[in-house]
Design a protein around this ligand. Structure first.
Ligand SMILES: Cc1cc2nc3c(=O)[nH]c(=O)nc-3n(C[C@H](O)[C@H](O)[C@H](O)COP(=O)(O)OP(=O)(O)OC[C@H]3O[C@@H](n4cnc5c(N)ncnc54)[C@H](O)[C@@H]3O)c2cc1C
Length: 388
């Protein structure tokens, strides 16, 4: 059986649904082809089940891409205020958690239900459980699935990245790009916990659950947020953020007590300088168990002013070389993807393959933690939807 449409959108996630709504409202006959048994599964698990759907402080420098200018056009034409207007129109209660991050008060399902209702109003056809076996092009794009064939002059790829394969991530988007001769920036896990090497793990990971505010830095970027020790390494927002910039050749530098002086007070005291006095000072600034472990592993080389000052420097510049990351199974996003040089920043259409569009996470644009990835999905989906 052959279904003909004006546009086919492969992937019914955040970007695909936004694109379908936009094009549908412009009168296009749109089909969303979704592999899973329901659309928007990642929206449902996002933000701890509450969906951090945007960020009030969204700026181009919250995004990572081989071309840092690429995302500007779409982001400026569909802003956080535009998505908030939609959320408010549906009377979805929300709040700002921290650092401009907006979350639903109730459940991520509010956001998904809103998008599906918008799809219904825009007469979008959603085909669930669609297993695509082949895409070819004659005059139209022809998408073959197990028991149906879909045809349209326009094909939008919105299949997301490789993170969380167990809820349906596939390499479809990258494979299709390669099939049409479109370059890819090598995908790698981002917003992902680090796994420590054997020595660091045996020294620290029994403290799993301990967390503290740090500044974590790699590749010239730094983030001041919480760090969490896990059973295998390090996580927490500061680590997730910096992981998107990390590569095995780049160490990670962690300031364990940002903007705080540790030994200055001890140096002025008349009382003897001892491990106990240092420990009680460090315990004022860091969680007790971590403070004790740090001093055990990194005792000062002496008790002179300069020895203690050198000791403090290490607390502000702890250099770690992670053994790796927890990989795509645990990554919130995929860094890299379809090379932005191949796409129009205005429409997301492939320059060399007219009619073929890439939107959302499959593109080499990756947001920081905090609602930025959805904002990119909405904005790029909208940009393509307006061009179909
Ligand atoms: C645990 C977790 C929590 C997150 N929380 C947040 C958050 O709170 N805020 C935020 O901004 N970002 C968050 N993110 C990131 C955000 O979910 C993604 O960046 C965003 O969903 C990307 O949208 P997308 O439409 O490009 O891809 P997706 O939402 O991943 O959608 C892609 C769709 O394509 C479908 N698909 C894949 N392959 C095929 C195929 N071969 N055929 C047909 N369909 C296919 C998938 O089933 C999926 O429905 C989170 C990610 C994870 C993993």
């Amino acid at each position: 059986m052959t279904h003909s449409f004006d546009a086919l959108i492969v992937g019914g996630g955040a970007a695909g649904l936004m694109c379908a709504i936009t094009a549908g409202k412009r009168g296009r006959r749109v089909a969303v082809l979704e592999r899973a048994d329901r659309a928007g599964k990642k929206i449902l698990i996002s933000g701890g089940g509450r969906c951090n759907f945007t960020n009030l402080q969204c700026r181009p420098d919250n995004f990572i891409s081989a071309n840092p200018h690429f995302a500007k056009s779409a982001l400026s034409r569909y802003t956080p205020a535009d998505f908030i207007e939609l959320v408010e129109r549906y009377r979805i209660p929300y709040h700002e958690k921290t650092l401009g991050q907006l979350f639903g008060d109730r459940s991520a399902n509010d956001i998904l239900a809103m998008l599906l209702e918008e799809c219904r109003l825009a007469h979008v056809s959603i085909f669930l459980g669609t297993r695509i076996s082949e895409v070819t092009r004659d005059k139209d794009f022809v998408v073959r699935a197990a028991d149906a064939e879909f045809r349209a002059p326009v094909l939008v790829v919105a299949t997301g990245g490789l993170s969380i394969p167990k809820i349906g991530a596939t390499s479809f988007g990258y494979d299709l790009a390669r099939q049409f001769g479109i370059k890819i920036q090598e995908p790698r896990p981002g917003l992902v916990p680090f796994v420590l090497n054997g020595k660091d793990r045996s020294e620290l990971c029994d403290l799993a659950g301990v967390s503290m505010e740090v500044t974590a830095a790699s590749d010239g970027q730094q983030f001041r947020e919480k760090m969490l020790i896990t059973h295998r390494g390090l996580s927490g927002p500061a680590i997730l953020q910096v992981s998107s910039y990390w590569s095995p050749t780049r160490p990670v530098k962690i300031d364990l007590a940002p903007e705080r002086e540790i030994v200055a007070e001890l140096l002025q005291q008349k009382t003897p300088r001892t491990v106990q006095s240092l420990r009680s000072r460090v315990r004022e600034l860091l969680p007790n168990r971590f403070a004790d472990r740090w001093i055990e592993l990194h005792p000062p080389s002496g008790w002179t002013n300069s020895a203690l000052e050198d000791w403090e420097k290490e607390v502000h510049a702890w250099v770690i070389a992670p053994a790796g990351t927890e990989g795509f199974d645990k990554a919130e996003v995929t860094v890299g993807g379809v090379d932005t040089d191949e796409l129009s920043a205005k429409t997301m259409e492939a320059r060399r393959v007219p009619g073929l569009f890439f939107i959302g996470e499959v593109v080499d644009v990756t947001g920081h933690l905090g609602g930025y990835n959805f904002q990119w999905a909405w904005a790029s989906g909208r940009a393509a939807g307006e061009a179909l």
